[in-house]
Design a protein around this ligand. Structure first.
Ligand code: FES
Length: 530
């Protein structure tokens, strides 16, 4: 059952402190040189860079601009993407790892150049980034990563220390990284894109792609966009193009809280590497320095009671910084590829005019700029050093194959589990604002009771490939553990790859509800099935 949160704003700080323009739906067929689908940081950056090159660009967004992962980030602009360089060196070799680092570092410089050229006020500030360990095992990993930094000549300060976590036993810094307010930055890019002749349509969902002489994108508005080049920046690609992206990525959710701390902040951006991971950075809000604290990642649909995760972050914040006031709380969804490197480039090896960018893990600020520049190079027919690093058609065995098998075994397990699961909540037992999996006429179903007491009952079978969705009590959504699709409490698609809503069930309280097992019986059933 849902518990209540007592945060002042159950929404991202960024949205509350930036004004974003809104745009009409697409109503007339469009003919353009480039169609960019997806109005997050990657789509906007790419559209802006292509318009700067003189291309005629139309940007299409299914909902409102910047309402997805970009609006929910912690907005660290850094090449320090967790423990990655040692792993990249092992998996791809030193040259490849060096290119990955250089691409991210160049992205920071490019963003800073744009901030300066357009004179954008977005709280841009250079900060050092730190990884830190609190266990022996974590310290061992940090030392391996340090060796990778030395080999790749990544600059490090002489001394590092973590000023707030008494348990921190070792740390690894990357100097001169940055942080900013992503929506202030992107609203300036949107304005400049429009000045350059770009067009934007919101509330227009791209549904289907027809590859003819030119490319035709069908939308839910019964009108199409015809273009020479199509760039897909929809987080999960809305068009798979036989690239099987759903089997080559997995979705994770993570959580952020914003607090006013009791103690003064000494600066820097931090990420602990032991479990449970914690991410910390500061931001200015109403003239005060407040802290964003993130962590508690889990596979989508597998996190149990989501409110537990906010409480865990709050407990860490209270113990580590003291809490003067609790301000914001929100969550985000990120996609990770098999080898942790984003897919940026042609949707298939042989595709010359359809490109995509996805799978940024949690590092979308620099990766979106890398994607914007690379996608622009592809459309303009230019070469780039970085193309081979990010090309989506790459596939190297181990660890890619191991991850591939793990992901798809996980999907198969969820497909089975959902079909044989016994569930215990009666719909009439739900309180207002609560949701749960129920049994209805012997079938698994999902129910949510809204603030007016109306029950919304749905078939919990995901419309993507048939796994069973789970209730997310923090976000009041139905989340699929297989490939990360998310649906609103009344079944509408919030995030793909699913394109169709969950099936609604006409429920009345006179309908039969089967006898349901108590919790112990339910546990035993599951145990027997292992
Ligand atoms: Fe693929 Fe649900 S997202 S089955």
């Amino acid at each position: 059952m849902d518990k209540k949160l007592d945060w002042t704003h159950p929404e991202p700080l960024w949205k509350r402190t930036a004004d974003l323009p809104s745009f009409e739906k697409l109503t007339e067929p469009q003919d353009t040189e480039v169609a960019v689908i997806g109005g997050g940081i990657t789509g906007i950056t790419t559209a802006f860079l292509l318009a700067k090159e003189g291309k005629k660009v139309a940007l299409i967004e299914a909902g409102c601009l910047l309402n997805g992962t970009t609006g929910h980030t912690t907005a660290k602009v850094t090449a320090q993407h967790g423990l990655i360089y040692h792993e990249l060196m092992d998996h791809f070799g030193e040259d490849h790892a060096a290119l990955y680092y250089k691409a991210q570092s160049d992205a920071i410089t490019s963003i800073e150049n744009t901030v300066q050229e357009l004179d954008i006020y977005c709280e841009w500030s250079r900060q050092d980034a730190y990884l830190y360990a609190t266990t022996k095992e974590g310290t061992r990993k940090i030392e391996k990563e340090r060796e990778a930094y030395e080999r790749l000549e990544i600059p490090q300060p002489m001394e590092t220390h973590v000023p707030f976590d008494a348990e921190a036993s070792s740390a690894l810094a990357m100097t001169n990284q940055a942080q900013f307010h992503p929506l202030l930055y992107l609203s300036a890019l949107i304005e400049e894109f429009l000045n350059l002749g770009g067009t934007i349509y919101e509330n227009t969902t791209a549904l289907k792609v027809q590859e003819k002489n030119r490319i035709e994108v069908e939308t839910d508005q019964d009108v199409s966009v015809t273009c020479d080049d199509l760039v897909i920046c929809t987080h999960f690609p809305f068009h798979d193009g036989r690239g099987f992206y759903f089997s080559r990525m997995y979705a994770e959710r993570s959580y952020v809280i914003a607090i006013e701390p009791e103690h003064k902040w000494e600066g820097g951006m931090y990420l602990s590497i032991d479990e449970p991971k914690r991410s910390v950075r500061s931001v200015e809000y109403e003239g005060k320095e407040i802290l964003l604290i993130g962590g508690e990642s889990h596979r989508t649909g597998e996190g149990g009671d989501n409110l537990f995760h906010y409480h865990a972050l709050e407990e860490f914040a209270s113990r580590t910084f003291g809490i003067k006031s609790k301000l914001f709380q929100w969550s985000a969804q990120d996609l990770t590829t098999l080898d942790k490197v984003p897919y940026i480039g042609p949707i298939r090896k042989d595709s010359k005019h359809i490109f995509l960018a996805t799978g940024f893990r949690k590092w979308g600020m620099t990766n979106s700029r890398v994607a914007g520049e690379l996608l622009t190079d592809y459309v303009m027919g230019r070469d780039s050093l970085y193309k081979p690093v990010f090309i989506p058609s790459r596939f190297k065995a181990d660890p890619s194959m191991k991850e591939f098998l793990k992901n798809n075994t996980n999907v198969a397990a969820h497909l089975m589990e959902g079909k044989i699961e016994l569930v215990g909540t009666r719909p009439e037992a739900l309180l207002k604002g609560e949701g749960a999996v129920i049994q209805w006429k012997g079938e698994r179903a999902g129910a949510y009771k809204d603030e007016h007491g109306e029950l919304h009952v749905l078939d919990t079978t995901c419309t993507h490939m048939g796994c069973e969705v789970e209730w997310n009590s923090g976000e009041h959504s139905w989340d699929c553990p297989c490939h990360g699709s998310r649906f609103s409490f009344d079944g509408e698609v919030l995030e793909g790859p699913a394109k169709k809503p969950l099936k609604k069930i006409a429920y009345s309280d006179t309908d039969e509800v089967r006898h349901l097992p108590n919790e112990d019986e339910e546990f035993n059933e599951h145990s027997d099935q292992q």
